[in-house]
Design a protein around this ligand. Structure first.
Ligand SMILES: Nc1ncnc2c1ncn2[C@@H]1O[C@H](COP(=O)(O)OP(=O)(O)OP(=O)(O)O)[C@@H](O)[C@H]1O
Length: 257
C-alpha cells in the first residue's frame, strides 16, 4: 500500500542527512508509531509520505505509484487520501469547530469556494457526523480559540476524518497535551483506526503510548531505522539504543544478543 524505497533527505550539503536510505513497507490496518529522539528524522519521514518534503534520493510509492514525480494537482489528489494531524493543531482559531472541520474537504473542491462558506448540505451533515464521532457535538458552533488543547486536537482529527482518508498521519499530535488528555486522544485515534481500518502512522515522544497503542514500532536514530518490530520487542535495551546511546553510527552501537 505504502512503500518507501531507499529514501534519503539531505537538507543542506554541509549537514548529515536527515534520512538515510530508508526502506519500509506499510500495510492497510497497521498502527505504526515512530520513535526517536529530537532530530532523529521523524517529522521528515512523515513529510515525505504526504509529499510535503521531496526526497533527495529514493522514492515513496502509494499504491505502487511514485508520489515524488507527481504534479501539484496530482499530489493534491493523493493527499486527499491522507488525513493529517499536527502538534499545534493547524486550525483557524477564529473560525468555529464546524468551519474548521469543513476545511477538511478543501481537497475535494476549490479553496476559494470553501473560504466563502459555500458548502453542500451533504458536506455539512458529514462534518456534523464526524464532529459527533469525536465527541464535540456540543461545541459545533464554538470558535476554536475557546477550546482546550485536547478539544482542538479532536477538531484536527474530525477534519482529517472528513476527508475519508486511507492513511492517517500524525506529527507529534499529543506533544503539547497533558498525559491524561494525550491518552484520550490516542483512544480516539485507535477507535477511528479500528472503525475505518486506516493505516495509521504517528510520531510520538512517549514510549508508553507507542507500546500501548501501536501494532508496530519503528525507531529512528540519526536518520536511520534502528528498530522495526512489535511493541513487545521494544525493550529497555532498545529504549537505551534509541534515546541514550552516545554512538552516532549504527555499526558502533553495542552488539545485542
Ligand atoms: N527545513 C529544514 N532545513 C534544514 N534542516 C532541517 C529542516 N528540517 C529538519 N532539519 C534537520 O533534519 C534533521 C531531522 O529533523 P526532523 O524534524 O525530521 O526530526 P524529528 O525527529 O522530527 O525531531 P523532533 O522530535 O525534534 O521534531 C534535524 O537535524 C533537523 O535539524
Amino acid at each position: 500500500m505504502l512503500e518507501l524505497k531507499n529514501l534519503s533527505v539531505q537538507y543542506t550539503k554541509y549537514e548529515d542527512a536527515a534520512l538515510s536510505d530508508i526502506n519500509l513497507t506499510f500495510k492497510p490496518g497497521e498502527f505504526v508509531c515512530i520513535l526517536g529522539k529530537s532530530g532523529a528524522g521523524k517529522s521528515t519521514l512523515i513529510r515525505c509520505i504526504n509529499g510535503l518534503q521531496k526526497p533527495t534520493r529514493g522514492d515513496v510509492f502509494w499504491n505502487k505509484q511514485s508520489i515524488t514525480k507527481l504534479s501539484e494537482e496530482q499530489l493534491r489528489k493523493v493527499r486527499r487520501e491522507m488525513g493529517m494531524i499536527f502538534q499545534h493543531f493547524n486550525l483557524v482559531p477564529r473560525l468555529t469547530v464546524l468551519q474548521n472541520v469543513l476545511t477538511g474537504s478543501f481537497g475535494n473542491r476549490s479553496t476559494f469556494k470553501s473560504l466563502l462558506g459555500l458548502f453542500h448540505d451533504e458536506e455539512v451533515s458529514q462534518a456534523m457526523q464526524v464532529i459527533k464521532d469525536v465527541g464535540l457535538k456540543e461545541q459545533t458552533h464554538r470558535k476554536v480559540e475557546k477550546l482546550s488543547g485536547g478539544q482542538k486536537q479532536r477538531v484536527g482529527i474530525a477534519r482529517a476524518l472528513l476527508q475519508q482518508p486511507r492513511i492517517f498521519l500524525g506529527d507529534e499530535p499529543v506533544s503539547s497535551l497533558d498525559p491524561g488528555t494525550a491518552n484520550h486522544i490516542f483512544n480516539l485515534i485507535q477507535e477511528m483506526h479500528s472503525k475505518h481500518q486506516l493505516l495509521t502512522i504517528i510520531n510520538v515522544h512517549d514510549v508508553d503510548i507507542a507500546k500501548r497503542y501501536a501494532t508496530r514500532i519503528i525507531a529512528l536514530k540519526n536518520g536511520q531505522v534502528i528498530f522495526d518490530d512489535t511493541p513487545e520487542s521494544f525493550d529497555r535495551d532498545q529504549f537505551h539504543l534509541t534515546y541514550h546511546a552516545f554512538s552516532n553510527k549504527l555499526e558502533e552501537l553495542p552488539i545485542r544478543n
